[in-house]
Design a binder for this molecule. Structure first.
Ligand code: ATP
Ligand code: MG
Length: 420
């Protein structure tokens, strides 16, 4: 160990488990890539005001969880706590919405930062795969995204998750509901901070995790009883499309989620094997966000799936991903001359697209063969002075132990056909 350890609330991804993490990230993104979503990558930090406006001044993310910094040039920046505001900012900046091809469908993958109380499944640096479909109001688009997330989790073999679904209404029906909810909440016995929240963003109070607060919320008015006709019809169609696809979901009239910008469809994927940090992913429609950050009206919908928690969900279900070994061939030189010859063979194999590794450090055959086994390679190439004098290397099948001499200039072709 060095003098240093990873910062509190963070962890390192290291082999061999890092391979599973990469595989999870790829699996979460695969359905998006096959559904017309293009890759977008934005900076790890943004103007702090983008998140203040885009995520919401009254959210925990903005008030408590953001890593903010002032640059030497005096700019106020924040490490990104989530992806949606940045991706929408980037799409607007590049005028993607003006190219006459709506919705703009984008996917992303990367690191996010929140100053939270670290717990299992809750870190200060974590990884998400996300998707945004910008500029179109269509219940089929909301349904598509929920389907793609469902497909992503299932492709990993996960079954122990549930989909929670709700509608948050729109600017037509939400104000009246908000007022009704405020009336109800003002009559409760709540602390100072929560009372302030009633005035700024009362829906967030429904999201309060404390049991003593939840107990008082039993009779709270529900948005589903206050939806306008357009929101009601929209939500009914989302539900219908999901049902027609055989996707099971649960109506959760209390589901509001932590961000201010959601409208209409809102959903969360929860996994029952994860304890308190049960949300593996979530998202929804955010029709007002573009205008909140100074853009035109662009109704949009998106989600973000947590890679770290998905890995924990796999563990909870006892699923080990079948991640094939990266190395196909491992070269073991015996002696100085063989080292140079095999080093060239390794380079040739790699140029031919065959994943190959090499026993560096002039080690003895025993220790080198141990590394060959540990690499997961199908074949070892072993050569000493006598082999080279005969113009051959020994090709050893790591599983059967069988060994045969192969002419040096035939090694690449031979391995190509053996590895199929
Ligand atoms: P939670 O209610 O657990 O705090 P959230 O609503 O803040 O989650 P989102 O902002 O919707 O989460 O982020 C999408 C997903 O990212 C979550 O469902 C979760 O899987 C993951 N995630 C969010 N925060 C963290 C974190 N601090 N550590 C690990 N994963 C996280
Ligand atoms: Mg959170």
């Amino acid at each position: 160990m060095s003098t240093f350890t990873a910062p509190k609330g963070t962890y390192d991804l290291i082999p061999p488990t890092s391979a599973a993490f990469l595989a999870v990230r790829d699996a979460l993104a695969a359905p998006l890539r096959a559904a017309g979503y293009g890759y977008v990558e934005t900076p790890g930090f943004e103007d702090v005001e983008l998140f203040a406006r885009g995520v919401g001044e009254s959210t925990d993310i903005v008030t408590k969880e953001m890593y903010t910094l002032t640059t030497k040039g005096g700019s106020e920046l924040a490490l990104r706590p989530e992806g949606t505001a940045s991706v929408l900012r980037a799409a607007l900046e590049a005028n993607l919405h003006k190219a006459g091809n709506l919705p703009v469908k984008l996917w992303y993958s990367g690191s996010y930062y929140r100053y939270e109380r670290p717990q299992k499944g809750r870190y200060r640096h974590f990884s998400q795969v996300g998707a945004e479909a910008i500029g179109t109001e269509d219940p089929a688009l909301d349904a598509e995204l929920i389907l793609l997330a469902d497909q992503a989790y299932r492709s990993l073999g996960l079954t122990g998750f549930r989909i929670l679904l709700n509608s948050l209404g729109d600017r037509e029906c939400r104000p009246a509901y908000r007022a009704a909810l405020q009336d109800f909440l003002r009559g409760l016995d709540l602390d100072e901070e929560t009372r302030r929240r009633i005035e700024i963003n009362p829906l967030r109070v429904l999201d309060d995790k404390r049991a003593e607060v939840q107990a008082q919320l039993a009779g709270a008015p529900l948005l589903r009883d206050h939806l306008c006709e357009a929101c009601r019809a929209y939500h009914a169609e989302v539900r219908e499309l999901l049902t027609a696809q055989g996707v099971a979901f649960e109506d959760d009239p209390r589901l509001v989620r932590g961000l201010d910008y959601y409208t209409r469809t809102t959903f969360e994927f929860v996994h029952d094997g994860l304890g308190a940090q049960s949300a593996v992913g979530g998202g929804g429609r955010y029709d007002g966000l573009s205008e909140m950050i100074g853009g035109p009206a662009l109704p949009s919908v998106g989600w973000a799936l947590g890679v770290d928690r998905t890995v924990l969900a796999l563990e909870a279900e006892g699923i080990t991903l079948d991640v094939p070994p990266v190395t196909s061939v491992y070269a073991v030189p015996l002696g100085e001359e063989a080292r140079k010859v095999l080093f060239a063979v390794v380079a040739d194999l790699r140029r031919a697209g065959i994943a190959t590794d090499f026993a560096y450090g002039g080690r003895g055959v025993k220790s080198a063969m141990k590394s060959a086994h540990r690499s997961g390679a199908w074949f070892a190439l072993v050569a000493g002075g006598r082999d080279l004098a005969d113009g051959v290397v020994q090709l050893k099948n790591m599983e059967s132990g069988e060994q045969e001499p192969v002419a040096l200039d035939a090694v690449v072709d031979k391995l190509r056909s053996r590895l199929g």
